[in-house]
Structures are given as structure tokens and as C-alpha cells.
Design a protein around this ligand. Structure first.
Ligand code: GLY
Ligand code: MN
Ligand code: MN
Length: 441
């Protein structure tokens, strides 16, 4: 898989060139000047090109010959005493299959033998190192080139994403079965992380959101420490990570196992937003069009409930949807949860409430992996000012909406691989009300 990824990157250098690529991997970081280490996570581009999941490595790629040089840190006996097993260069060569193996302190010698005109780098610290050694770093293309490579997933990547999704599905199902009013949100987080860890997935791709009641109206709520009320909805946005590849799922379900009529009405609008976007998720469709479709469905649902008034077109024009759905419909997913490539050069963000935060403004192509995650929230910080703003208040049934200020919110999020004629949905967690209630029973 990583060899294919390197070939994909090197194929972009199609002119005769003696430029090379230099990229260092991540090092261990410590908590505020202490000797306490944060869990190590490899830099995503480095992981994409090498599969190396240990600290302090670097690579040099030579596009003109296709050569792959892997540089390993030189470890002494004290490292073996305190930190971990030290492998010989031969063992590392066996494990990672580079064409040539070096130590990182041999970078100068390696570059002297390659005599590159320019060295393509991403990070400032890599540029500084190259300059120190007397060569010219070029930071203008490698970031975009790697984003271009990473947007279309290889078969190996799809298989990792499926593994992450299987585990995240299992973990979501466990939490749905376990929740009871009176539990603390952190207990559900523990069940989620226990399920992932015992499946061998020891890292989470992002800080999970385990939000009951009003906490669900905070888009990236991570306090996860509230006691869950009898009548609360519970919004869980949590994934799993398989060899660096993320799952990113959200489900919203009632703590006591059955939706109230009020919860059901809002939930079903969210589910319609999701299902309608899923029905259209295929090559050729633009992410922003899906977002606008979801926004219209929210407005239609709210008109039916009498929460807003007016015509859908004028409500769209006035961006009323963004009061209740203030984030983007979805994003690319891969080695990063908010994966690279959402805005290639020349594509700008749409300066409009709600759409402004869309993380991928792309036309879908086979091999892209995306989330679709419509949400409906009653966020006092957005609604209270809107109630006082005549331009917005004229569309709002202020009296009814006030009674929803303690509702929280809902979000439902699936992960999709775009295929030649549609998509493969990786998320296997109940999402219709009937299926959720049956599973919880
Ligand atoms: N969990 C972050 C997101 O859904 O985008
Ligand atoms: Mn999410
Ligand atoms: Mn997401």
C-alpha cells in the first residue's frame, strides 16, 4: 500500500528533474516541559508514504529514479533500557522495505550524493534543516501534491477505513445498549473506548463527543462529565482509528430508550436530511449542493412543525437554516478525521452562514471518502440574538422556539466511500427510530 502511495506521489514529478522530496516523521511530545509523554501519533503524510508508526524517522524520495530512502534514528543502549526495543538497520529494512536504509544523522551525506537542485518539503522545521545543510528547500508544492494523492483512497486505505468503521459500529452499538438515565456521560465514553481498545484500536481519531441534553447543542462538546437525565437525548460523535485511518460516526438516541413525540419530530427531520443526501451521494455531485439540499429539508420540516414561517426560497435566501444547522454537511475522511483536499487551489470558501464551515467544496469522484452529517441544534447563543433581530425574527415562531432552548440537538453521521455508481456506506449502526428503539430494547 505505501509503495503504491509513493509511486503516486512520484508520478506527479513528470519532468526530468533532480529535485528530491524530504519529509520527517513525528517525534514524541511531552506534557508542558515534563518528561511525561503524550501517546505517539505519526504525522499523516509520513504515515501515508511509509507505514512507519514509530518516532524520529525521515524519508527522502528521488522521483527521477523512484528510489525510497528511509532514515532511522540512531538509538543507544540507554534508549533500549528506558524506551523500547532497538532494531538493527537490517531488521528495519525488512520491516519497511525501503530501497536504502540510513540513519537520520546521515542526511547531509545522502543529499551530497544526490545533489538535488531543490528539496521539496512541507514543514518549516524540515525547510530549516535543509537550509542548514546548504540546500534550497521548496515548500510550494508538496503539501498540495500529497493532498491530491490522499483524496482518492487506494484499496489498502479503503480496507483500513472499513476496519475502523467496523469497530466504531460495534462501539456505538455497545453504548446504545448500555446507556441509562443517571449514568455519567464519561461512563459511555469509557464503554466506547474500551470496545475500541479491546479490538486493538488504541487511539481515537478525535476527542469523542458524549453529550446529553443541552450539551448536544455545543458542536464540539468534549466535557463529557454530566449526569444523564431521564428525558435527555444523547448525542454521541465518536470513532475509531485503524493504523491511522479514521471512522467518524454520530448517532443521537434517547437515554431511556424511547423517543418522546417532541424528540421524534425533530429527529425525523434530521434523518430525512441524511437519507436524502445519501440517496444522491455519487460521482458528479457537489458537496455544497448536498448541503443546500439538507438545509431546504430542515426548513420544510420546521415549516411543518410551525417553528418558522415563510416560503422555503425566501427562508433559504435569509440563511434561516444556518441558525439551526451552523456547520458543514460533511468532510473528507482518511488519515485525518477532517482529511486533506477539501479546498484545492483556486476553490474558495462560500461566504455564507452554514456553508462557510463546509470542509470540502468538491465534486464527488470514485475513491473519495466522505462523511454526511446533518444536524439540527437549538443553540441559545445563535437563537437569542436572532429573536431580537427583526430581519430574522419575522421568519421565526419565537414563542415556540423559546420552548426548545433546552432541547440540545441532534446529529446523524455516516461515512461513505464514493464508488463508480454510488457509494458504500461504512456505518452499521441503527439510525431509524424504530431500529434504535429495538436495538436499545
Ligand atoms: N467529529 C468531528 C466531526 O464530525 O467532524
Ligand atoms: Mn463526527
Ligand atoms: Mn465528521
Amino acid at each position: 500500500m505505501h509503495k503504491l502511495h509513493r509511486e503516486r506521489l512520484q508520478s506527479l514529478f513528470n519532468e526530468p528533474t533532480n529535485d528530491v522530496v524530504y519529509l520527517s516523521g513525528a517525534s514524541v511530545t511531552h506534557r508542558y516541559g515534563t518528561d511525561f509523554e503524550y501517546p505517539f501519533r505519526q504525522e499523516s503524510n509520513f504515515l501515508y508514504l511509509t507505514g512507519v508508526q514509530e518516532p524520529d524517522f525521515a524519508l527522502v524520495l528521488v522521483p527521477s529514479t523512484g528510489a525510497y530512502h528511509l532514515l532511522a534514528p540512531r538509538r543507544d543502549a540507554m534508549y533500549a533500557v528506558w524506551m523500547g526495543f532497538v532494531r538493527t538497520p537490517e531488521q528495519l529494512k525488512q520491516a519497511y522495505a525501503p530501497d536504502h536504509m540510513h540513519f537520520t544523522d546521515e542526511l547531509g551525506d545522502l543529499l551530497a550524493s544526490l545533489k538535488p537542485a531543490a528539496v521539496h518539503v512541507i514543514h518549516d522545521h524540515d525547510a530549516a534543516r535543509i537550509r542548514e545543510l546548504g540546500y534550497t528547500p521548496d515548500q510550494s508544492i508538496l503539501t498540495d501534491a500529497l493532498a491530491w494523492c490522499r483524496v482518492i483512497k487506494s484499496e489498502g486505505e479503503k480496507s483500513e477505513l472499513r476496519k475502523a468503521a467496523r469497530t466504531a459500529s460495534l462501539a456505538h452499538r455497545e453504548v446504545m445498549k448500555s446507556i441509562r438515565p443517571g449514568m455519567n456521560e464519561c461512563e459511555l465514553q469509557a464503554i466506547h473506548e474500551f470496545t475500541c481498545t479491546r479490538s486493538g484500536m488504541r487511539h481515537q481519531p478525535y476527542s469523542g463527543i458524549f453529550a446529553s441534553g443541552v450539551g448536544a447543542a455545543v458542536l464540539h462538546y468534549v466535557e463529557n462529565n454530566r449526569f444523564i437525565g431521564e428525558d435527555d437525548l444523547f448525542l454521541m460523535d465518536a470513532g475509531a482509528e485503524s493504523n491511522g485511518y479514521a471512522a467518524d460516526f454520530t448517532r443521537t438516541f434517547p437515554a431511556r430508550g424511547t423517543f418522546s413525540d417532541r424528540q421524534a419530530a425533530i429527529y425525523d427531520i434530521g434523518l430525512t436530511m441524511l437519507e436524502s443526501c445519501l440517496a444522491e451521494a455519487r460521482p458528479g455531485v457537489a458537496m455544497e449542493d448536498l448541503h443546500l439540499k439538507a438545509a431546504r429539508l430542515l426548513l420544510e420540516g420546521f415549516l411543518n412543525l410551525g417553528l418558522i414561517r415563510g416560503e422555503v426560497d425566501e427562508l433559504m435566501e435569509a440563511n434561516i437554516f444556518a441558525l439551526f444547522f451552523p456547520h458543514g454537511l460533511g468532510h473528507f475522511l482518511g488519515l485525518d478525521t477532517h482529511d486533506v483536499g477539501g479546498y484545492p487551489k483556486g476553490v474558495e470558501r462560500i461566504d455564507r452562514p452554514g456553508l462557510r464551515y463546509l470542509r470540502a467544496r468538491r465534486v464527488l469522484e470514485p475513491g473519495m471518502v466522505i462523511t454526511i452529517e446533518p444536524g439540527i441544534y437549538f443553540i441559545p447563543a445563535l437563537l437569542e440574538p436572532a429573536f431580537e433581530n427583526p430581519e430574522q425574527a419575522r421568519f421565526l415562531n419565537v414563542e415556540s422556539l423559546r420552548s426548545y432552548l433546552d432541547f440540545g440537538g441532534i446529529r446523524i453521521e455516516d461515512n461513505l466511500i464514493i464508488t463508480d455508481d454510488g457509494h458504500e456506506n461504512l456505518t452499521d449502526v441503527p439510525k431509524s427510530r424504530a431500529d434504535i428503539e429495538a436495538w436499545m430494547r
